[in-house]
Design a protein around this ligand. Structure first.
Ligand code: GMT
Length: 372
């Protein structure tokens, strides 16, 4: 098949998922064309079946806001026509689904039908999408898609609650390449972070408000009262400074490290003992799944779709949003001794295998085949 993939090229989960999907499809022999404004962060190596088309957004003195959606729709038309694509798969509704609708209409006038599949990822519905400044266009363009998928049952249900959707929303869970995340820890790296064999806790996100990163610091503070531990913060974003300020106020600055945005998550996760995800909402929580694949148990909130991946008492624990006391207690319960910790590590890794790339990519391929 010749497949167009549209996504955000940044570190966000939707872009990561879309890129990994494209890479897996290319490995299956499909021709995959990425259409984005920047090289996707996980698209680093040369893969013969993958093509990258950069959306150019020319500026003009009149434009306070350069019209990205128009440029994207035009790029879609161009790539679809010149590469005779069979279908277009857009990840994150805003503005990808509406640009795809526009491209589809333009191509119809020229006698070409291009099926459009929209995958909803979370904030495109639950946060940004439902804002009244976007909602009518989001609802319309989702309904105009030939197929709609959501990354969890929770997100499917939230979408039905938020908008009047006339079509079936199919749930296709996010996936992880388990093999890639099965890494031996790099000893030298581990020694730098935890020179005295301290437990290593980790959080990775885009540090937006919704992630409640202060709760991560507070949980770490409680854990540190009971055992030697270090905290690694991966990623960057608006709330990083707040997290840093809180860590200084709690006297934790020597015990924490902000390592910024990282591509090689598998190497970092390999040294971690516990992953913390304290979000107010997650449609899925791909970062938590990647942690589990690396054999790292997860203490998370029970918000949104997290319940569908983190099994309470098995792969880690869950607490209500903001319940720092409970989540701290559960973190300590996991970390208390090696035998207990190893049990959680094994069960987290075993559970992640259910979401292995080899189980999920064929579901997308079957979906595509329906439109050929
Ligand atoms: O979490 C973010 O802010 C990034 C966002 C994105 O669109 O990249 O993540 C969403 O999509 C991921 C991949 O499907 C999910 O794993 C995240 O849970 C989801 N984020 C939220 O729902 C807040």
């Amino acid at each position: 098949m010749r497949i167009g993939i549209v996504c955000y090229p940044t570190f966000g989960g939707s872009g990561v998922l879309a890129t990994e999907l494209g890479k897996a499809l290319a490995q299956e022999g499909h021709m995959v064309h990425f259409i984005t404004y920047q090289q996707p962060v996980r698209l680093t190596a040369f893969i013969p079946n993958i093509f990258y088309h950069e959306v150019q957004v020319p500026t003009y003195p009149l434009f306070d806001y350069p019209p990205y959606e128009t440029a994207l729709a035009s790029a879609m038309v161009d790539v679809i026509k010149n590469n005779d694509l069979d279908l277009l798969h857009v990840h994150y509704a805003i503005p990808h689904a509406s640009a795809a609708f526009m491209a589809k209409q333009i191509l119809l006038k020229e006698g070409k039908t291009i099926p459009v599949i929209t995958t909803l990822h979370g904030t495109d519905i639950t946060l940004v999408g439902k804002d009244k400044t976007y909602a009518p266009v989001v609802a319309f363009s989702i309904n105009q898609s030939d197929a709609i998928t959501a990354v969890s049952e929770n997100l499917r249900d939230e979408t039905y609650k938020t908008f009047t959707i006339e079509k079936e929303i199919e749930v296709i869970y996010n996936f992880v390449d388990v093999q890639r995340f099965t890494r031996k820890p790099i000893d030298a790296f581990k020694k730098v972070i935890a020179p005295n064999g301290e437990r290593i806790l980790m959080h990775a996100s885009n540090f937006r408000k919704i992630k409640r990163v202060q709760d991560v610091v507070k949980i770490f503070y409680e854990v540190r009262k009971k055992m030697p531990a270090k905290l690694l913060f991966v990623g960057d974003g608006p709330e990083r400074q707040t997290a840093e300020e809180l860590s200084r106020a709690l006297g934790l600055e020597e015990e924490m490290r902000f390592v910024g945005k990282q591509e090689q998550m598998e190497d970092i996760l390999a040294i971690a003992d516990l992953f913390l995800l304290t979000s107010e909402y997650e449609s899925f929580g791909l970062a938590a799944l990647e942690a589990m694949a690396a054999g790292v148990p997860v203490v998370s909130t029970n918000a949104g779709g997290l319940k569908e991946i983190n099994v309470d008492g098995v792969t880690g624990f869950m607490g209500n949003v903001g319940d720092v006391a409970h989540m701290s207690e559960m973190a300590l319960a996991i970390l208390k001794d090696d035998a207990t910790l190893n049990g959680y590590k094994e069960r987290a890794a075993a559970h992640a295998r259910k979401f292995d790339i080899s189980n999920i990519v064929p579901i997308y391929e079957k979906l595509y085949e329906r439109f050929l």
